[in-house]
Design a protein around this ligand. Structure first.
Ligand code: SF4
Ligand code: SF4
Length: 323
């Protein structure tokens, strides 16, 4: 059984190995037994690998890879095992699958899924999961997919996945909730977590944690009726972010200039709110097209269901990343 609150492993990149050890100490103290990391989070797997020495059995350890081919995934599973210093990863996920086309690739004969099935048969991984930011995509595959877990954003301003989560739970698929604080946009983390814990369609919610004090704060949240102040705060957040926060739904795509609009805003959040400027810059540099290429045709604005002023927001992305 997983604890209802787990640790999201993105922000650990900005801390130190020593702090990661203290964080793991505190997770054990607080009864938190779920850690989610990824091949793509630079030092995150390695930090947890060292921090978990001698207490690996206390945790359900979960990682993921963006690899799409059989050979690449096979290599990544071995790298994760090595970095995490373990011979067994509880859940290995296909990271951020966006479209049915990508899905066909990973599930094909030379696709990444085959490597995960083989690793499972060899006892190297326990369960296979998938993560995505596309609700449309997950809704299409949920009834027929072979996965043991799905991971998708859910928080006070992103609640569209409720039906998806209920369908998953009915199929005995574990629901891992990412972005519970909307990528750091929601400041009162305890209220945001309480809102999620009060639902009955999640298995575990994984706020990012990069310090012992954050572990303590998150672990202190218990489900229960929201107070008047908390309800007011949620209303305030919804009003403030409604027309400004990108939900990564992808409805604005494709952009004729080839700009990956939601990824621009995700990386902006990592730069701004997660304190991961150089990692975000590095990932931004690897994109094929940049915010600076926007020609203000406004095709995307008409398609965004939240009315985001995308070209204006992209100007800010251009300013912080320099292109
Ligand atoms: S306004 Fe900019 S981002 Fe939007 S579709 Fe046009 S070029 Fe792409
Ligand atoms: S800009 Fe709008 S349409 Fe595009 S991903 Fe974000 S919320 Fe969805």
């Amino acid at each position: 059984m997983v604890s209802e609150i787990g640790l999201g492993g993105i922000p650990i990149q900005r801390t130190t190995q020593e702090e990661a050890i203290h964080i793991v100490d505190e997770l054990i103290n607080k009864g938190i037994n779920f850690i989610d990391t990824a091949r793509g989070y630079t030092c995150s797997e390695a930090y947890f690998g060292r921090a978990l020495q001698g207490r690996r059995e206390n945790f359900i350890l979960c990682t993921k890879s963006m690899s799409r081919s059989y050979e690449d995934m096979k290599k990544d599973i071995e790298t994760s095992l090595e970095q995490l210093q373990t011979d067994y990863i509880d859940i290995y996920q296909l990271h951020n699958v966006k479209t049915e086309q990508e899905y066909a690739e990973v599930m094909g004969n030379s696709g990444a899924y085959k490597a995960l099935v083989e690793a499972k048969a060899m006892g190297k991984i326990g369960y296979i999961g998938i993560t995505s930011h596309s609700l449309d995509f997950l809704e299409k595959i949920i009834d027929t997919c072979p996965f043991h877990t799905i991971q998708f954003p859910y928080n006070v301003i992103e609640t569209k996945a409720e039906n998806l989560f209920k369908r998953a739970i009915r199929k005995n698929i574990g629901v891992i909730v990412m972005k519970p604080l909307a990528g750091g946009a929601i400041e009162q983390g305890k209220t945001a977590l309480k809102f999620i814990l009060n639902t009955d369609f999640i298995s575990v919610v994984i706020p990012g944690m990069a310090s012992v004090s954050e572990v303590k704060e998150n672990a202190s949240v218990v489900k229960g009726e929201l107070s008047e102040n908390e309800i007011e705060y949620i209303k305030h957040v919804r009003r403030a972010l409604d027309n400004d926060f990108c939900r990564r739904c992808g409805y604005c795509m494709p952009c004729p200039q080839g700009i990956d609009i939601p990824s621009c805003f995700v990386l902006e959040g990592y730069f701004d709110r997660y304190g991961l400027a150089s990692w975000a810059q590095d990932r931004y540099e690897k994109m094929n097209h940049f915010a600076s290429e926007c020609i203000n045709c406004r095709l995307c604005v008409d398609k965004c269901p939240y009315g985001l002023e995308i070209p204006t927001k992209l100007k800010r992305v251009k300013r912080i990343f320099g292109k």
